[in-house]
Design a protein around this ligand. Structure first.
Ligand code: PLP
Length: 340
């Protein structure tokens, strides 16, 4: 709860990111009259876009027409004012990323949520790249809902149980996708055919949770509590600052550019762009550093504040320098692997 700034009952560990998004859209997308469209952005994560399109199609709306995607001026960042300008009378729901998965830009969730309040449009955010990396005050901002995974900055391990937030003002709203785990705990095992939904975010669970994957998440959350998110964010900003400084010193003139915001509106990762990014990533992996390749030209470097040191960062950039000087990347094809 402290990681997202939710109150007791507003947060639940459940499902996966994409199934939670389906659940929340099925609950909050209520087209009526002229308000029929969903607003997202053109830099949004593909799975979220697929989910939104399929939810539109299920309601009989053509996704190409009814999914509005705010354009990015440079293919990396979004302008908050452009998103606000797109909150027109025909928008029934808004789903945006809190931190953009490629450039790491942190969107101003507070300002965006405030803008929807004036217009009466429900808004939800994908926190996959912000949870555990930046501070949130979802309850105080009045955000309607949010959803996230626990396997990026929270270090829960791939596929670990996800989470969602629903603001208490919506308590009692029936879940769009019902399942017995969304029942009140006192009545779930009465085995009645009429569901008695929980009054809080628990209503949005569907089936039996992935119990084994809860264990590493619990361990990870304990560490976050011990360390404190404000200290983690401080160190994370220092680590990414250090990466950017070293990039300027060590990689100048080698064809790299920085694709993330350089001010404090960056999340927990750096996006290093290069025409040979796919094979530079493979060379880094061969040298023991695990980046993410993000097509077409992005090398995502995500130092983990809990255990990565400034020395790790230095070694990484030095390795990159050697890879470039010795053209070690030429041993690999400039094409991503099955998992980027
Ligand atoms: C921003 C974002 N949204 C959604 C997803 C999809 O998550 P899942 O595979 O857990 O449904 C991911 C996965 O990496 C992601 O990074």
């Amino acid at each position: 709860m402290p990681l997202v700034g939710g109150k007791k009952g507003e947060v639940i560990a459940t499902g996966s990111t994409t199934t939670n998004l389906h659940q929340l859209v099925a609950t909050f997308y209520k087209p009526s009259g002229n308000r029929t469209k969903i607003l997202a952005d053109e830099l949004n994560f593909p799975s979220d876009i697929y989910a939104l399109k399929s939810q539109l199609a299920l309601k009989g709306y053509d996704p190409e027409e009814y999914l509005v995607r705010v354009k990015s001026p440079d293919g990396r960042m979004l302008r908050v004012q452009d998103i606000i300008d797109a909150m027109t009378d025909d928008i029934a729901l808004i789903v945006l990323p809190a931190v953009l998965y490629r450039s790491g830009q942190v969107l101003d969730m507070e300002r965006l949520t405030a803008a929807t309040r004036e217009r009466g449009i429900p808004i939800g955010f994908d926190l996959c790249h912000s949870i555990g990396a930046v501070e949130h005050a979802l309850h105080d901002w009045g955000m309607d809902f949010a959803f996230w995974c626990t396997y990026k900055h929270l270090n829960g391990g791939p596929g670990s149980v996800a989470g969602l937030f629903v603001h208490e003002k919506h308590f009692g709203k029936a879940p769009g996708l019902a399942g017995w785990f969304g029942s009140k705990k006192e009545t779930q095992f009465d085995m009645e055919h009429t569901m008695d939904p929980a009054m809080d975010a628990g209503a949005y669970q569907i089936g039996t949770p992935h119990v084994l994957s809860l264990a590493p998440v619990m361990g990870a959350l304990d560490m976050f509590e011990d360390a404190g998110l404000n200290r983690i964010r401080k160190k994370s900003l220092e680590l990414t600052e250090h990466i950017m400084k070293l990039i300027h010193v060590e990689l100048e003139g080698l064809g790299f550019s920085i694709g993330n915001p350089v001010d404090n509106s960056r999340g927990g990762h750096i996006l290093l762009e290069h025409a040979e990014a796919a094979r530079i990533c493979k060379a880094l992996k061969a040298d023991g550093v695990i980046p993410d390749f993000r097509a077409p030209n992005g090398i995502r470097l995500a130092p983990v504040a809990l255990y990565n040191s400034f020395e790790d960062v230095w070694h990484t950039i030095r390795k990159l320098r050697v890879i470039m000087d010795e053209k070690r990347y030429e041993k690999f094809e400039n094409k991503r692997g099955v998992v980027a």
